[in-house]
Design a protein around this ligand. Structure first.
Ligand SMILES: C[S@@+](CC[C@H](N)C(=O)[O-])C[C@H]1O[C@@H](n2cnc3c(N)ncnc32)[C@H](O)[C@@H]1O
Length: 238
């Protein structure tokens, strides 16, 4: 399913399965960003693929004019209830923003790597960089592919509701594919995320005109590395 993300993120089930990705989790992520990038009340901040707005709400608390951007109407409805940030609906492959208009752009909790063609991922990063002002920053909070490959939990059952989650690495070894089966309802969803290595992510940044300023391995600021759960890159527009 090429556009799996249009089905999965529109429904209630995503929120049930990822209920631990809550406001507290967002507070930690934003505190980490804040430890390396500061912004003032006049600065514009883009939360790319903002989902239900948990980071947009937290970013707004620190000042700045935050804009949440997402493809899903259902996500944006949730975001509307949570934050006063501006909200824009669209596809990250065609960003509607003026060049040089954001001091900071963030893409958090693996909201990238969804397309089959790498060229589309490159285009996303290039457009983000174009939307940044000179010296602006882009923070990408991504899965750590090395860690995923080594620790893949092939099957998992959730407590309560009858949900079976299976995971595999496929499509020529380039993606992690998660199948979510709601057995009580006989429905299935898929998540498919590109397993970009740390070097490949850094190359996406540098090719688009970003200098990798820092890398973190979790929201507490641990160093990036093979055993870290996340790969968080902070890039500065050169
Ligand atoms: C894993 S969720 C994370 C949401 C949010 N960043 C968070 O941490 O709560 C990924 C988000 O990406 C959005 N998304 C998926 N494909 C997109 C696209 N092509 N353009 C814009 N947003 C997209 C989904 O609608 C969803 O809200």
């Amino acid at each position: 399913m090429t556009d799996w993300f249009k089905h999965w993120f529109g429904g209630e089930e995503y929120h049930e399965l990822y209920s631990h990705r809550d406001d507290e989790d967002a507070r930690r992520a934003v505190a980490l960003i804040r430890s390396v990038v500061t912004w003032g009340s006049g600065d514009r901040i883009l939360d790319l693929a903002c989902g239900p707005g948990r980071h947009a709400a937290e970013l707004t608390r620190w000042g700045g004019q935050v804009v949440g951007f997402d493809l899903s109407r259902a996500m944006l409805r949730r975001a509307r209830e949570r934050t006063t940030a501006g909200l824009v609906r669209g596809d990250m492959r065609a960003l509607p923003f003026r060049n040089g208009s954001f001091a900071l752009a963030v893409n958090l909790f693996t909201s990238f790597g969804y397309f089959l063609d790498d060229e589309e991922h490159r285009r996303v990063v290039q457009q983000v960089v174009a939307a940044l002002s000179p010296g602006g920053h882009f923070v990408l909070d991504y899965l750590n592919a090395e860690h995923v490959r080594r620790t893949l939990k092939v099957t998992e059952r959730t407590e309560g509701r009858d949900v079976l989650v299976t995971r595999r690495i496929d499509t020529a070894n380039r993606f992690v594919i998660k199948e979510i089966e709601l057995r009580d309802e006989g429905r299935r969803f898929q998540e498919r995320v590109r397993l970009y290595s740390a070097d490949e992510l850094a190359a996406l940044f540098t090719d688009a005109g970003l200098r990798v300023a820092v890398r973190f391995g979790d929201y507490d600021g641990a160093p990036a590395g093979p055993n870290a759960p996340r790969m968080i890159l902070v890039g500065a527009r050169t």
